[in-house]
Each structure stands twice: as structure tokens, then as C-alpha cells.
Design a protein around this ligand. Structure first.
Ligand SMILES: [Zn+2]
Length: 202
């Protein structure tokens, strides 16, 4: 019950009536990611159980988002190639109110996880309002990018995958960026970016 109430206020806003405005602010995106994390998990318990990876399957389940892992092939591949892209990491698609995240299974696991978290971001931040599909390309995660939706989805993903307390704990224990990355199931670059943002490294 608490979960359902929490989720609906997270997705639809706290007031009566739905707020269907796209969220483009990085800071708000981070707050939303942390709200989502807190609804389902607990950093103290995660640290105690040494469960450092955010359980994305659980989040997809609760949000009723389907996940499809696959390779780009056939018509899909042709369609993307026609757009001049063969570097699709994944996308979020809406079809009759059903949401599906496609993940390119040929990419490393940590990148697949970032893609999923990024697409969950587009969902929670309502970036698909008035659109049917949002596509992530491989280069998008590493560059700062200029599209505010992409920047916000990346901030969301970073916050969702790397809650502050867990990052602090792991870094305090190991003092190593790569160890934080490995334990949390993210790339070394994402971990480094996060540690810098939290002021743990300069
Ligand atoms: Zn995106």
C-alpha cells in the first residue's frame, strides 16, 4: 500500500490531477531517482547485506515495464541503419500504454545496466509524453550531451545506480574507483564521475 501510494506520487505528482510535464532539470531528476530507490530499497540494509548493485529487475517489475534483451537484427537493424546509426544501446517504447525497454545484449553488462537505468529515467521523468519512442545511442552515455532530456536521464541513472551512502562506504573500504565500479555494476568512468561529484576524489 505504502509502495503503491509512493509510486503514484512519484510518477504522477503529489497534487490531485496528473502532472504530465516532462522533467528536464538534472537536480529534480536526481531527487526522483533517489525517491524511487528509497521506495524499494534501503542503503543501510544494502550495505549490511553487501548488496551493492541496485536491483533493476525489481524496479522494472514494480513499474510494469517489460524488458527485452536482444541484438539489433532484421527490420530493426535496417531501420536504424537508415537513420545512419548502428550504435543503439537501447530504447524505451510505448505501445498502447505498455512500456518496453529494449537493451542491446551485445554491449557489456555494466553498459546494459546503465542503459536500463537511463530508460527508466525517461519513463519516470515523463519524457515519452506525446512521443512513442526514445532511443539511446552508445555515445550518449559518455558525452555530456546537449539534449536536456538525455542529460536528465543520465543524472537519474547515475543516482539510481550509485546511491551516495553506498558509494561512500565502498570508497572508504577500498579507496579504489575500480572497486566501487565493480561492486556497483557500473563502468569505471561512471563511478569516477560519481565520486568526483560527491567530492570524494578531485
Ligand atoms: Zn536517452
Amino acid at each position: 500500500m505504502r509502495l503503491r501510494k509512493g509510486l503514484s506520487s512519484l510518477i504522477f505528482g503529489k497534487k490531485e490531477g496528473f502532472e504530465m510535464v516532462k522533467i528536464l532539470d538534472k537536480k529534480v531528476a536526481e531527487v526522483k531517482a533517489r525517491e524511487l530507490y528509497n521506495l524499494l530499497f534501503d542503503t543501510t540494509r544494502a550495505i549490511w547485506n553487501m548488496n551493492f548493485e541496485t536491483d533493476l529487475e525489481e524496479i522494472l517489475d514494480v513499474l510494469s515495464i517489460e524488458k527485452v534483451e536482444g541484438e539489433l537484427s532484421g527490420e530493426m537493424k535496417k531501420a536504424f541503419e537508415a537513420l545512419g546509426r548502428d550504435d543503439v544501446s537501447g530504447f524505451l517504447m510505448k505501445e498502447n500504454e505498455t512500456y518496453t525497454i529494449f537493451v542491446n545484449m551485445n554491449e557489456p553488462i555494466y553498459r546494459q545496466r546503465f542503459t536500463i537505468a537511463h530508460e527508466i529515467g525517461h519513463f519516470i521523468l515523463k519524457h515519452l509524453e506525446g512521443e512513442e519512442i526514445s532511443i539511446s545511442f552508445r555515445d550518449e552515455h559518455s558525452k555530456t550531451g546537449s539534449d536536456p532530456k538525455e542529460v536528465a536521464a543520465n543524472s537519474f541513472a547515475s543516482e539510481l545506480l550509485m546511491p551516495r551512502e553506498i558509494v561512500e562506504h565502498l570508497f572508504m573500504m577500498s579507496g579504489s574507483v575500480s572497486s566501487v565500479a565493480k561492486e556497483m555494476g557500473v563502468s569505471a568512468m561512471s563511478a569516477e564521475f560519481r565520486l568526483r561529484k560527491l567530492g570524494l576524489i578531485s
